[in-house]
Design a protein around this ligand. Structure first.
Ligand code: HEM
Length: 510
């Protein structure tokens, strides 16, 4: 049978208006039906913009992440007394909570441990590792991995962290100290934390700060950049669309490189272990070695894929977060010379001219500890994180239906003027034991809290303290930009829009 294109075409053309009318009518019918539901009524009662039917609040959305951050802070300030507000993307609500009472209700629950679907851009890279998994799969993983983050294990990493921090200080001394020139500290810190997590997670030295040109490092940077960009276009939600875009293909290629690298290291370690030769025995066993020893409740080991998911998760969670936290602490100390001097006085007394910082030294650094905590209050590394509600939850006068995506907005929580007067002021004494006792533990949660809190918190604090202590004993730091002028954006983690510009001079105290 011959298809007569010319006779079929007019038929199709006449059908187009009918099909369109049918689609629009169905959409309107669905919307009107949805409008009558209890869920819709509950969501509508939550404070927020007066939204447009079907398109929600998207007309209010700024064009970039910096603007989005400002919008979230401004909206929460308008309804500070309620402790929550909503934003709607099309008809899909996002609920942001930011009062200690609401935060406690969400985080202390054992039910609301499921991640919201907004974590989907991370799935191709991290699979369903500890950060992205939910339900029983998450519980089993968390149970298996928790012992690997015990202090008795973590203390063995301090040698490696000391070595990398020493290398960072030497490089900064050679290239930037006493030159009178400003430079961006965010970049070398990121490369150094990448070196640290590679050696502690996989037992591999990738020389990121030294050379920075390996295929693995380049691929990691592509993944981070493109994954953060993926969230900016709703069409990218659909894999079949995204995978065929230029960025999608570029990112998938880089993910393949990163996965292949991790598999190669896992196989090498496994065969060394099977041959009884583990080179990483003794007190520098990377996380990967510990993962090879993990067993579930039936005595089964993790598969190579499961280990790779965890290694990739540590690579992601374990270097951008610490790089951001260290850089913003440096920025604040560089902008507050009096507080910096107090830190240096404490450090001179504890470590003096010693080249290596011991675990005992770290526990004595009380004032530095307060400074880091205060920096994480003003600039929380993870500006918000999400859950999918397992069942309906009530916050004061408002109920949020089951299945809704809910975000804990740390940035606004940490800026409550009733709890932290003059919230923008850098005042480390807010973290003295007396002052901490005066407020709810849920008023400050940079590492989250409850069953799904950050498993790497102790590791992170150890790394932060070693790097900051080494830098503060070696240099005087001056921040070039004023705190009020620093431009920041909520990417995958908090980051400066234009880097963090500082100047270094040597201290020459020893
Ligand atoms: C300053 C540094 C860090 C900060 C502020 C931080 C913060 C957080 C936060 C807020 C969460 C909860 C996220 C959520 O619920 O979506 C989290 C989870 C997690 N963090 Fe960290 N983190 C840091 C460093 C690290 C490091 C160094 C590692 C690993 C070596 C790590 C590993 C993880 C993992 C695996 C999870 C998922 C835990 C779970 O769901 O059971 N983090 N982190």
């Amino acid at each position: 049978m011959r298809l007569d294109t010319m006779s079929v075409l007019p038929n199709i053309v006449t059908w187009i208006p009918w099909t369109l009318t049918a689609a629009i009518t169905s959409l309107i019918a669905c919307y009107l039906l949805w409008k009558t539901t209890r869920n819709k009524r509950l969501i509508d009662q939550i404070p927020g913009y007066v939204d447009w039917p079907l398109i929600g609040d998207i007309l209010h959305f700024p064009p970039n992440l910096e603007g989005m951050r400002k919008l979230l802070i401004a909206e929460s300030e308008k309804v500070r007394d309620k402790g929550l507000f909503k934003l709607k993307i099309l008809e899909m609500p996002w609920i942001f909570i930011f009062s200690p009472g609401n935060v406690e209700k969400l985080l202390s629950s054992n039910k609301h441990i499921e991640k919201s679907w907004e974590y989907y851009p991370l799935y191709p890279w991290l699979g369903r590792g500890l950060l992205t998994s939910s339900g029983d799969a998450w519980r089993a993983r968390r149970h298996m991995l928790t012992p690997s983050f015990h202090f008795s294990i973590l203390k063995d990493f301090s040698g490696s962290i000391n070595d990398h921090a020493g290398f960072l200080v030497d490089k900064l001394r050679r290239e930037h100290c006493d030159t009178g020139e400003q430079f961006d500290i965010f970049s070398p810190i990121t490369l150094s934390t990448l070196d640290i997590i590679c050696s502690t997670a996989m037992g591999v030295d990738i020389g990121a700060l030294d050379r920075g040109d390996s295929e693995y490092i380049k691929a990691l940077f592509v993944i981070k950049e493109v994954t953060a960009m993926r969230t900016r276009n709703p069409l990218n939600t659909f894999d079949f669309f995204y995978n065929n875009t230029r960025n999608g293909r570029k990112c998938n290629h880089s993910i393949q490189i990163v996965h292949d690298f991790a598999y190669k290291v896992i196989r090498e370690k496994r065969s060394l272990k099977e041959a009884g030769e583990g080179p990483s025995q003794g007190n520098r066993r990377p996380f990967l070695d510990l993962l090879l020893d993990c067993r579930d409740e039936h005595g089964n080991p993790l598969t190579d894929k499961e280990i790779r998911e965890e290694v990739d998760t540590f690579m992601f969670e374990g270097h951008d977060t610490t790089a951001s936290a260290i850089s913003f602490t440096i920025f604040l100390l560089g902008a507050h010379q009096d507080i910096q001097k107090q830190c240096q006085a404490e450090l001179d007394e504890i470590i003096g001219s010693s080249l290596s910082i011991s675990n005992a030294d770290l526990s004595k650094m009380t004032y530095l500890d307060w400074c880091i905590k205060e920096a994480l209050r003003i600039f929380p590394t993870v500006p918000f994180f999400g859950r999918k509600l397992k069942e309906e939850i009530t916050f004061g006068d408002y109920s949020v239906p089951k299945g809704t995506a809910i975000f804990l907005h740390t940035t606004s929580l940490h800026r409550d003027p009733a709890i932290f007067p003059e919230p923008e002021k850098f005042d480390p004494t807010r973290f003295s034991p007396e002052n901490c006792l005066k407020r709810s533990p849920f008023a400050y949660v940079p590492f989250s809290a409850g069953p799904r809190n950050c498993i790497g918190q102790k590791f992170a604090m150890m790394e932060l303290k070693v790097i900051l202590a080494k830098m503060l004993t070696a240099f005087n730091i001056e921040s070039v930009v004023k705190q009020a002028d620093l431009r920041v954006e909520d990417a995958l983690v908090l980051q400066p829009c234009d880097g963090i510009k500082i100047k270094l001079t040597s201290r020459n105290v020893y």
